[in-house]
Every structure is written in structure tokens, then in C-alpha cells.
Design a protein around this ligand. Structure first.
Ligand code: BG6
Length: 493
């Protein structure tokens, strides 16, 4: 993974905008520190936090140290921290103030002492990206004279197709697409990357991976948590923008894409765009028939939520991919907050055998379950003859668990991989402009029908349940059901 040429011998500076915020303390610094402990950061590197809070370098380091103890999820020694901490600096400034960017440029020049690589990380809302990129451009900080310049953009990338297109136009004014790294942290998850490895590093799955053998696909990203402290952001945004436009559609592309010509960023992303382009945007009638929107009971009385809010906290969709591989195979996607469990999984249900030759009809269709989180692994359910019966079958399970195969600590935080890839210039796990826009073009018509026509009507569900009855009906109409509880039983065995 480590590619020494990526830092071309120069110092690499990571500039974090939004450095006094949550993401920096919870994810970015714990991930960078762990990379440093694993000796994967460039030999010469430093981090400059830029933010509104007044911190000295020392106070910034202390704030991050406190965060590490709480959020790192790994143990470290004070000695390691004492070697890492001197690489961290802080500069107070305003994102819209050109003068503060001149100060930043001077500060960088003084710290870098010659040519350097710079990774600008936007750990703040996208409304601020254009001003920051403009200011970086005007203060001459985006020129690749000597070292490289890259920008990491946090999600959400727009709130609909038009705002995403507008944002792309604005960021392209100062940057080439090859300098832009749009984050979807799901792509940094080991188990999500493993979807492609399962499919393309083996020969046993791919011959079956099509409409001839697969009955349907279920993608569930269920959250047990509610709004946490994010009601101000979430209300008016809702689950479709927050989870589907990015994470769930990304999972779908990985399950459904054709094998790319290579693992390069452009080949991989071309295939993902092809899958998204093969899904027809829905008409309002199709939105009524193929989508469910729900809100958990009690949502409207949460602090900072509009008491008449129709923001959905749950959604279920049925999508079809109109290409040779998938024509006619439904993909059921669902996600929600305040559900029974935290559980992200992909279930592939295979078709029944073409001929029922055994007299006892106890057979269940084969399923392959990719457990993305928690209990990461992969299970296959298949039928076996029950001993001492004439012809009865029982479902049995073949399993791979990460914790057993690789040990408890083998799964790193998604941001570690993403930060390292951005430093090394590998954009495979980041989303491209056309990919983001194509995803929005599928979500937009659903949002419009939901928000303008209030159709289908907003279903209410009990916190701690698996969502509203309408979510079950979506599958029941096709003679199917959500299989996650059966899949959980396989896990418990
Ligand atoms: C974020 C969403 O992108 O993903 C959150 O904004 C959600 O609302 C989170 O809770 C889920 O991520 P994970 O890694 O906990 O599954």
C-alpha cells in the first residue's frame, strides 16, 4: 500500500479546514496518527489546522490528544504521541477572509521551507467549499509548482442535482478533476472494498452473478442511533440525501458493476457510472409504486426539528438496472435511523432450482450474505440432506468471519485508508464528478415527488423496529420479504 514515490521526497503538508470541529478530532487525527504509528505517512509531513476557534499550537495539540483518548479505538503510548504531536500546528482564520489565506500562504511557506506537497482537507459544510477554493486560488496556493496540490471534499456533495452541478462548476474553476477527492467514507470500509475482491478475486461467484441465477438483491444499512447532535443538519435533508445518494448507491454499484479493465481509478469509476446510468430515473407514478418514506414516531418533538417536519428518517426503494446482466432483477435498498439494530448487509438471493425433484418441499433458496458491519464476514446458505430422513433438506451455512480469519484488530478505520490514498494520489475510492451527478439524477425525481406531491404518504414507524409496515409491503407485493432476520440467525449459530 505504501508508495514512497507519492511524496516525491518533498514534505507533505495536510491543511485541514474545519480543524476545530468534530470530524478532525474523532476521525482525521486518530486516522493520521495510526498511519504514522504504522509508518505509512510520508517521511516528512505536517498538519496545519485552520479554523474559527482561537487555539495556540499547544492548545490544538491538547484538544486532539483528548480526542484521541476518547475516539481512537486503539491503544497508543505517550511516547508515540510525543513524537507525533510536534507535527501539528494551528492557524486561526475565517474561510471567507482573503487576508487570512494570505496569512496561511505565508505560514505554509515558512513551515515548508521550499517545494512541498499540499493536501487541503475540507472538513466542513459544502457551502464553504467555493469560497475556500477561490481564496486558495487567489493566494496562489493551488499552483502545482514543484509539489502536488490536492483537495479532499467531505460529503454531502450538494443537496440535489442542480446544487451538485453548481458545486462541481465552482470547484472546477480552481482545480482539475484529477486534484479532487470527494469522500464517501463507505468506500474506505474494508468490507465494502471486499465486495469487489469477493467478486473478482474468485471464480466461483461471478459466473452466477447475473439475472439467470440471481432472484433479487437486498441492501440494508440500518442504524440504531437517531439524530445524535445533528438535528440542525438532518431536518430538511433526510435519509435519501444523507444515505442513499452516496452510501447505498455506491454499494449498489459495487455489487452490480462489470469487471473493470483494471483496478485504476478511471477504469473503476467508469464502470460505476455505467451501472448508475443503466438505472432509469423514476416517473412520479414509479415513485409511488417503488419507494417508501418513513419517519420514526417522536421525530417531530426532537430538539431543533420543525414540529411539522416531513423529513424522512427511513426509506426503502426498489430499483431496476436496465442492462444485459441485471434486466428484471429487483434491487431493494433500505436505510433508516432509530431502527432495531446497527446492521449493514447485502443479501443476494439466488433463484430456486429449475426442477423440484425432492418430494419434501422444505427447501429454501440459497442466499449469500455480505455482512459489512458489525460482525464483518460473508455467509452462504445452502441446502443439505438431513441425516436419517428420506428426502428432507435443511439449510446449512458456510461462513467466513473477519475476526476469526484475521483477528480482532484487522479492520482499520475507513478514514485511514482514504487519507493514505489521497496522500498517495489514488482516487479509486473517491467519487468522480459525473458519478456524483448521475447518482443525484436518480435521487432527484424521488425527492421531487416526495417533497412536492407528498406521495407516497409518510409512513410512521416505532423506534427500535425495522421500519414501517409499508417497507415490508414493498417486497410482499413481489412475493418476497426482507431476509435480514434470517441472516442474523445464521450469524448466531
Ligand atoms: C454518514 C451520515 O454519512 O454516515 C450519518 O451522514 C450516518 O447520518 C453515517 O450515521 C453512518 O456511517 P457508519 O460508518 O456509522 O455506518
Amino acid at each position: 500500500m505504501n508508495n514512497p514515490s507519492s511524496s516525491n521526497g518533498l514534505i507533505t503538508t495536510i491543511i485541514i479546514f474545519g480543524a476545530s470541529g468534530d470530524l478532525t478530532q474523532r476521525k482525521l487525527i486518530p486516522s493520521l496518527f495510526n498511519l504514522f504509528r504504522k509508518r505509512r505517512t510520508p517521511k516528512k509531513f505536517q498538519v496545519i489546522g485552520f479554523g474559527g476557534t482561537a487555539f495556540t499550537d499547544e492548545q490544538f495539540r491538547e484538544h486532539l490528544h483528548t480526542g484521541l483518548k476518547e475516539y481512537a479505538g486503539y491503544s497508543f503510548t505517550e511516547e508515540e504521541w510525543n513524537i507525533f504531536a510536534p507535527n501539528l500546528y494551528y492557524l486561526q482564520g475565517k474561510y471567507t477572509e482573503a487576508g487570512d489565506f494570505t496569512k496561511l500562504a505565508e505560514h505554509l511557506t515558512a513551515l515548508e521551507n521550499g517545494d512541498a506537497n499540499r493536501l487541503f482537507y475540507m472538513a466542513l459544510p459544502p457551502t464553504l467549499f467555493p469560497a475556500i477554493i477561490d481564496n486558495l486560488g487567489t493566494s496562489g496556493q493551488l499552483h502545482e509548482n514543484g509539489g502536488w496540490r490536492r483537495v479532499v471534499l467531505e460529503k454531502p456533495f450538494g443537496t440535489d442535482l442542480q446544487s451538485a452541478q453548481q458545486l462541481n462548476l465552482q470547484v472546477h474553476k480552481g482545480l482539475n478533476e484529477s486534484q479532487i477527492y470527494r469522500i464517501d467514507h463507505y468506500l474506505g470500509k474494508e468490507t465494502v472494498q471486499n465486495i469487489l475482491f469477493t467478486r473478482f478475486a474468485n471464480t466461483i461467484f461471478e459466473p452466477l452473478w447475473n439475472r439467470t441465477y440471481i432472484d433479487h438483491v437486498q441492501i440494508t444499512v440500518a442504524e440504531k442511533v437517531g439524530l445524535e447532535h445533528r438535528a440542525g443538519f438532518y431536518d430538511g435533508i433526510g435519509v435519501l440525501r444523507d444515505m442513499f445518494q452516496n452510501h447505498l448507491l455506491q454499494l449498489l454499484t459495487l455489487v452490480a458493476m462489470e469487471p473493470p479493465a483494471s483496478f485504476s481509478a478511471s477504469h473503476l469509476r467508469n464502470e460505476k457510472v455505467k451501472v448508475l446510468s443503466a438505472i432509469q430515473p423514476m416517473t412520479p407514478e414509479q415513485v409511488s409504486a417503488n419507494t417508501v418514506r418513513g419517519q420514526y414516531k417522536g421525530y417531530r418533538s426532537e430538539a431543533q426539528v420543525n414540529p411539522n417536519s416531513t423529513t424522512p428518517t427511513y426509506a426503502a426503494l426498489r430499483l431496476y438496472i436496465n442492462n444485459w446482466r441485471w434486466k428484471g432483477v429487483p434491487f431493494y435498498l433500505r436505510s433508516g435511523k432509530n431502527l432495531a439494530e446497527k446492521q449493514s448487509q447485502i443479501i443476494i438471493q439466488f433463484k430456486e432450482p429449475p426442477l423440484a425433484m425432492f418430494p419434501m418441499q422444505t427447501m429454501k433458496p440459497n442466499i449469500l450474505v455480505l455482512y459489512l458491519q458489525p460482525d464483518e464476514g460473508l455467509h452462504v446458505r445452502f441446502e443439505a440432506k438431513a441425516p436419517d430422513t428420506v428426502a428432507e433438506t435443511r439449510s446449512v451455512d458456510m461462513e467466513f468471519r473477519y475476526s476469526q480469519a484475521f483477528g480482532q484488530t484487522a479492520i482499520p478505520e475507513a478514514y485511514e485508508r482514504l487519507l493514505l490514498d489521497a496522500i498517495q494520489g489514488d482516487a479509486s475510492l473517491f467519487t468522480r464528478a459525473d458519478e456524483v451527478e448521475t447518482a443525484w439524477s436518480l435521487i432527484d425525481p424521488i425527492l421531487q415527488t416526495w417533497e412536492t406531491h407528498q406521495t407516497p404518504s409518510l409512513a410512521v414507524y416505532r423506534p427500535g423496529s425495522w421500519g414501517p409496515p409499508e417497507g415490508y409491503e414493498l417486497l410482499a407485493r413481489d412475493g418476497r420479504r426482507w431476509l435480514n432476520e434470517e441472516a442474523s440467525m445464521m450469524l448466531e449459530k
